[in-house]
Design a protein around this ligand. Structure first.
Ligand SMILES: Cc1cc2nc3c(=O)[nH]c(=O)nc-3n(C[C@H](O)[C@H](O)[C@H](O)COP(=O)(O)OP(=O)(O)OC[C@H]3O[C@@H](n4cnc5c(N)ncnc54)[C@H](O)[C@@H]3O)c2cc1C
Length: 380
């Protein structure tokens, strides 16, 4: 770790007179910073990010612009109740529209190719439960999305995709996908064009809200005092606020080499969403399998898990692309922020500190809205 003090020049030019500092430059931090400028264009806003790029989930996810496959929502309803689930779906849908307006569909290759839920022979029971509830879902979720026939059985598409061992497909038609890299680079560009100062390579290791503002201690050893801060560090919040109900959850992801003649298009959920994959640039991006080794994956450290990686390769070769040779080009990991409730936390921690964290697996859709809510709360 590089340790140094700020020079007089650095202190008096680069780090002078910030009104607000946002910690974390993921989708939530950037959306919050931008919304602060919308609320008050005179504010001098800084974003402090530990990574060379955002180093959590926002540049490392699968880019599903999704708001709920049927098994996910049914599991959530059983755990948290229908009202809470419908409220979150409504936010995911609204957040998605906000993201599209903010970034622009063309700037992030947004495509509404639909989200498919796959069911194998062994999943006949759960499939029947979903099938029976399609009309109810179309009524309740359709009221939010204005797609009265969003969910439908599309078994006739199975031959086009060429999966093995998959018996049924339920499509959620209004779901989409984005190019995550383009989405994030556009958000960074917009933030900078609004005069927001983004500093990379600054990890905050301690903060204290005092009567003279919030004191931030960096990993490099120097400190910074700012009137107000917004903490948007998602899975990593426990480093700063150990009592927060957020658990880090690592996810393994692979991308294949281009597959000639690939006919798979859309976002796919397999085994009740424990695995997910999509097409991108003629390749398959596939991830998940965290349930195979939950204990090891409950970590904020990036890194491989060979057990899960071999299960993902097996799934790729035997179910997703069984009929042709397919090679893995690269692997990476990203860290999600989960908790005892599947709902983001946006709350005031102290007089001058607001936190906006715990985006679980839905930050693409909901992230900009949570940033906006955090910014509004901070200025209240
Ligand atoms: C593999 C994977 C696949 C996913 N797929 C999808 C998907 O398809 N669709 C979907 O909607 N969601 C998906 N998600 C979830 C989604 O990516 C997240 O919900 C969202 O990106 C969270 O955004 P965030 O800004 O809250 O957090 P992050 O993007 O994690 O941003 C937090 C930032 O804070 C920085 N930081 C942390 N600690 C400090 C510190 N002490 N000082 C300074 N900076 C710090 C980190 O480096 C990071 O850049 C996926 C996540 C993963 C990991």
């Amino acid at each position: 770790m590089l340790r140094y003090n700020l020079s007089y020049w650095e202190r008096e030019t680069f780090f002078k007179d910030f009104d607000v500092a946002v910690i974390g430059s993921g989708i939530v931090g950037l959306a919050a910073a931008m919304h602060l400028k919308t609320l008050d264009p005179r504010l001098n806003v800084a974003v402090l990010e530990r990574g060379v790029l955002p180093a959590g989930a926002s540049t490392r996810n699968a880019g599903f612009a999704c708001f709920g496959s049927m098994t996910e929502l049914l599991d959530d309803i059983a755990q948290f109740g229908e009202d809470q689930v419908l409220t979150v779906v409504e936010k995911r849908w609204r957040g998605l529209q906000r993201l599209r307006a903010l970034v622009g569909d063309a700037n992030m290759d947004f495509q509404q190719l639909g989200g498919y839920e796959m069911f194998t022979d062994d999943e006949e029971d759960v499939f029947q439960q979903c099938l029976e509830r399609i009309p109810e879902f179309n009524h309740k979720i359709g009221a939010i999305t204005q797609h009265p026939e969003g969910y439908k059985l599309v078994d006739d598409r199975l031959p086009d995709f060429g999966f093995r061992g998959v018996r049924h497909l339920i499509l959620n038609q209004p779901e989409g996908q984005v190019h995550t890299g383009k989405m994030m680079s556009t958000l960074l560009r917009i933030a900078e064009s609004q005069g927001i100062k983004i500093f990379n390579g600054i990890a905050i290791r301690r903060m204290e809200d005092t009567s003279q503002g919030v004191e931030l201690e960096t990993d490099a050893g120097w400190t910074l005092r700012v009137p107000r801060i917004l903490i948007a560090v998602n899975a990593f919040v426990k480093t700063l606020l150990p009592g927060t109900d957020v658990i880090p959850a690592r996810n393994q992801v692979l991308i294949t080499h281009p597959i000639p003649g690939l006919s798979i298009e859309g976002c796919f959920h397999y085994d009740r969403g424990y695995y997910y994959f999509r097409n991108i640039d003629g390749r398959i991006l596939l991830g998940g399998g965290r349930h195979l080794d939950n204990a090891s994956e409950q970590t904020a450290e990036f890194g491989p898990n060979e057990l899960i990686r071999s299960a993902l390769v097996q799934l790729l070769r035997t179910v997703v692309c069984p009929a042709r040779p397919v090679e893995v080009d690269a692997w990476w990991t990203g860290i999600l922020g989960l908790g005892s409730v599947k709902k983001p936390i946006v709350e005031r921690y102290s007089d001058n500190v607001v936190i906006a964290v715990r985006l679980s697996g839905m930050g693409v859709a909901i992230g900009t809205l949570i940033g906006q809510e955090g910014a509004e709360l901070l200025l209240k």
